[in-house]
Design a protein around this ligand. Sequence first.
Ligand code: NAD
Length: 272
Amino acid sequence: MAVPTIELSDGRQIPQLGFGVFKISDDDAVDAVRTAFQVGYRHVDTAAVYGNEEGVGKAIAQSGIPREDLWITTKLGNDRHNDARVAVEESLQKLGLDYVDLYLIHWPLADSGPRNKAWADMQQAQQDGLVESIGVSNFTPDHVRELSDLSRARPVVNQVEVHPTFTNAQVCDFDSDLGIATEAWSPLGQGEDLQNDTIDQIAQRVGKTPAQVVLRWHIQEGRIVIPKSVTPARIKENFEIFDFELSDDELKAIDGLNQDNRLGPNPLEFGN
Ligand code: NAD
């Protein structure tokens, strides 16, 4: 099953489905990412703060998969906005890589000064070949507008919380108006959104599981998704979403489940 790609505004193609590794220990990440590669994932989403870049790096090294066939994303730690260049180099060392495909500012935090310094340092790291694409995470429209150099260097991705009970439509619409791809974190609502009658009925109709229906909804609405699991059967289940299609009515029914049910921190409050 081939994973479709999305063309980013810098012309690069990102696999629309990736494997998330939040809350997986460094040791467990080796097995989890190995399993994901065996299933067929080629895109992994980690972060400095997850503390598992070394484990992800080991799985990459052991896989024997050509580097150019992989898409590796990592993110800048919140305590490193003033120090992004060194932080990029540290992540590369832990991952055992010469470059990452995508580097994100993990959280905007309150202070735009360090945030803009990080953005400038990331542009330099990109010019120096340490990161291929640069983007942001948990940015509201105002945070994006506050980025210096926005007209010259626009984030290619905004990775934000999106799942059926938190559709985050304002941010997704803003991103799409600016040509920024939205990447959905907690795409399954951390498992909580899967116990839902509407999703259950659709799953029964199309002969798929609730998780597959929710991931397919993201894919058809054009978002990048990075579901996480350490369970091999679920890692495989979450990959098998390219052999069926939801109707427009089914997509709308899932859109209608929104309850502004944010599970993670609010970017306007986090780390301030
Ligand atoms: P998720 O929505 O992917 O949910 C993961 C949980 O759902 C699992 O722990 C498991 O309990 C359950 N699950 C997974 N597959 C299932 C299946 N097939 N059937 C039933 N239950 C299943 O939530 P997440 O891990 O919070 O988010 C995914 C990824 O997003 C993370 O690993 C990380 O890479 C990224 N993320 C980024 C940020 C950010 O600030 N940028 C924040 C949170 C997560």
